[in-house]
Design a binder for this molecule. Structure first.
Ligand code: NDP
Ligand code: GDR
Length: 357
């Protein structure tokens, strides 16, 4: 039975990856942080009484800022595969805590790689590093000739998060080359789901749409509505992570859908899902969206009511304007294809948030 260790198991991706690996027959170990209140909601359904026989799901307290603890957990588990998903993953928040994000997202990656060397596991343990499309920074001149970012496109990170993750990317590549380790970077574009953290834009929108439709919230405040993202589904993307570690040779892969959408259009799609058509007026910080039609008898929304406003508080000091990825290498070499399209994902997220509202 293969053993996997997942850092960031309590997060969106960690929870889907744990499900996938358990389905594949793995023994799954996860690192969770001690918190003053429970932080395991996304994985509680996987937890089994540890006194039972043949338990295949185990959690360990730990933190990526503590190398002693990382070494001890890896020594105890002796994993065949490590998925380093743990990170302070919010781009806007990284401007508020830049040193912390450097420590966790940058040096945390080094701590995992060094632990493998210290323990002499270079030949046994394969490592997946959660790299990101934020490395590209959205510079138009850095797209390939087809107009996408791919594995060869230059990086130009635009946030402390992106800068920390670029360290994680290069140290992973360096350890692969220097010590012949099986270590891969997945350069994943944005991926979402009903389990997405509530302050990322897609989930913030789908939660607000559900609350507004049910009359529990008046207005949704957002930042840059012109930003464009290549949004996929987390369930599809964790499959790609696993596939990357099953190759003969370790390599880096872009995982994306190849389509990009504005935040504004995502908002329109989410409202349309509850039968509400919105129209936008004004520009930049003066832009608002009003209800144009409401075709759902369950929701009484006044025509002309303002439901979206821009609050520049949500603008970033430096923004990534547009991301679109070229997944050709993953399509051909990993035989990876996403099953969800954006419309199906928006539907799933809105339906889930309607139930929660
Ligand atoms: P989440 O924010 O949902 O989850 C992050 C996880 O990291 C949580 O389990 C969190 O624990 C844990 N974590 C945070 N700080 C530490 C720390 N100091 N030590 C140990 N663990 C820590 O992120 P996602 O699941 O969305 O993303 C997974 C990874 O993929 C991240 O590294 C992210 O940067 C990267 N990524 C994500 C993309 C996306 O669109 N989702 C795209 C590209 C890359 P806790 O629950 O206690 O906070
Ligand atoms: P991102 O995701 O920064 O791309 O990072 P996020 O959903 O936070 O922002 C996407 C775009 O939406 C714009 N935006 C807003 N964003 C937030 N959070 N809140 C708002 O109110 C709002 N209004 C507009 C942003 O300016 C941005 O342009 C995510 C994270 O998961 C990273 O960890 C990961 O590496 C990248 O995706 C790929």
């Amino acid at each position: 039975m293969k053993k996997a260790l997942i850092t960031g198991i309590t997060g969106q991706d960690g929870s889907y990856l744990a499900e996938l690996l358990l389905e594949k027959g793995y023994e799954v170990h996860g690192v969770k942080r001690r918190a003053s209140s429970f932080n395991t909601q996304r994985i509680d359904h996987l937890y089994v009484d540890q006194h039972e026989k043949n338990v295949r799901f185990k959690l360990h307290y730990g933190d990526l800022t503590d190398s002693t603890n990382i070494i001890r957990i890896i020594q105890e588990v002796q994993p065949d595969e490590i998925y380093n998903l743990g990170a302070m993953s919010h781009v806007k928040v990284s401007f508020d805590s830049p040193e912390y994000v450097g420590n966790v997202d940058g040096l945390g990656t080094l701590r995992i790689l060094e632990a493998i060397r210290i323990l002499g596991l270079e030949k046994k343990t394969r490592i997946y590093q959660a790299s990101t499309s934020e490395l590209y920074g959205g510079l138009p001149e850095n797209k390939n000739e087809k107009g996408f970012y791919d594995e060869k496109s230059p990086f130009y990170p635009r946030s402390p998060y992106g800068v920390a993750k670029i360290y994680g990317f290069w140290i992973t590549k360096n350890y692969r080359e220097a010590y012949n380790m099986y270590a891969c970077n997945g350069i994943l574009f944005n991926h979402e789901s009903p389990r997405r953290g509530e302050t990322f834009v897609t989930r913030k929108i789908t939660m607000a749409v559900a609350s507004i439709a049910k009359g529990k919230q008046d207005v949704l405040y957002l930042g840059n509505l012109n930003a464009q993202r290549d949004w996929g589904h987390a369930k599809d993307y964790v499959e790609a992570m696993w596939k990357m570690l099953q190759q003969d040779q370790p390599e880096d892969f872009v995982i994306a859908t190849g389509k990009t959408t504005t935040v504004r259009d995502f908002v329109k799609m989410a409202f349309a899902e509850v039968g509400i058509e919105i129209e936008c007026e004004g520009e930049n910080e003066n832009e608002i969206a009003k209800v144009k039609t409401c075709n759902n008898p369950n929701f009484q929304l006044e025509i002309g009511k303002t439901v979206v406003k821009v609050d520049p508080e949500y603008y970033r000091p430096t923004e990534v304007d547009l991301l679109i990825g070229d997944p050709t290498k993953a399509n051909t070499q990993l035989d990876w294809m996403p099953k969800y399209d954006l419309a199906a994902m928006v539907k799933e997220m809105v339906e889930s948030d309607l139930k929660l509202a």
